[in-house]
Unconditional design. Structure first.
Length: 256
């Protein structure tokens, strides 16, 4: 599924997933980003997409509240469940289909999920929802180079904001959330007003090439496997796999 010029060896890396939520606006495509709490051990204070580590409870591809996951490879199925779970926990957005869920019910369920007291499949059963694997489209998979203290093997997914859904940061891991055009986020980074990890910056630059959600979702670029390389004072990724931004000076790069 993920295209790579080299065999993928994620030995020692922590499986993770993140979701790029998108919507159309009068000014063009917008994506949902969060600001991570400054005290977080990884990427504290950075602007990011909702996401996190794959939990044991995310390996439930055959649950009755899930559709299409049992046809996927085990880690791919778990990655999509993680992405959907994190969209709800950190940003308050349900990617599943079902009856309306009240603000009060969401406020009750989010911490239960975050504390691993309620598996996401069981959460969906509780609210009468069903999550379709097709709601999450693979966009890329990133694995940091060997040598970093913490290495997350992260699968990035695209998702369209469902009708009637609204974002609300959890106030814990995500202290704020907002919609923004990719080009505006890159301008904020250039002005020094936000911080982005290298993979986030590269993916935002890739998203900035699309003017509408339809154009983004219709892109036929195969989802690449990206493992950045360090050569001298440069951190780089392969060219020709959809990214207009492929290299950065290590002195400017935030990687953790």
């Amino acid at each position: 599924m993920y295209v790579s010029a080299e065999p993928i060896d994620a030995t020692g890396a922590i499986p993770a997933a993140t979701v790029i939520l998108s919507r159309d606006s009068a000014a063009g495509i917008e994506i949902l980003v969060i600001e991570r709490a400054k005290g977080m051990g990884f990427a504290g204070g950075a602007v990011a997409f909702p996401g996190g580590k794959v939990d044991a409870g995310d390996h439930l591809s055959d649950a009755a509240t899930l559709s299409g996951f049992d046809a996927l490879e085990r880690d791919e199925a778990a990655g999509r469940i993680t992405a959907a779970r994190e969209a709800f926990e950190e940003a308050g957005v349900l990617l599943s289909a079902g009856p309306p869920v009240s603000v009060e019910e969401r406020a009750l369920l989010r911490p239960l999920s975050d504390r691993h007291e309620l598996d996401f499949a069981d959460l969906l059963a509780r609210i009468g929802h069903r999550l379709d694997a097709a709601a999450l489209t693979p966009f890329a998979r990133w694995l940091p180079p060997v040598g970093l203290h913490t290495r997350f093997d992260t699968r990035f997914y695209l998702a369209v904001l469902p009708d009637g859904e609204h974002h609300l940061a959890d106030g814990h891991e995500a202290v704020a959330s907002r919609w923004a055009r990719p080009a505006d986020l890159l301008a904020e980074l250039a002005a020094g007003s936000i911080s982005l990890l290298f993979p986030t910056r590269c993916n935002i630059a890739r998203l900035a090439q699309f003017s509408t959600v339809a154009a983004l979702m219709a892109d036929t670029t195969p989802p690449p496997f990206i493992q950045p390389q360090i050569a001298g004072q440069r951190l780089s990724i392969p060219e020709g796999v959809g990214y207009p931004y492929t290299s950065e000076d290590l002195t400017r790069t935030r990687r953790e």
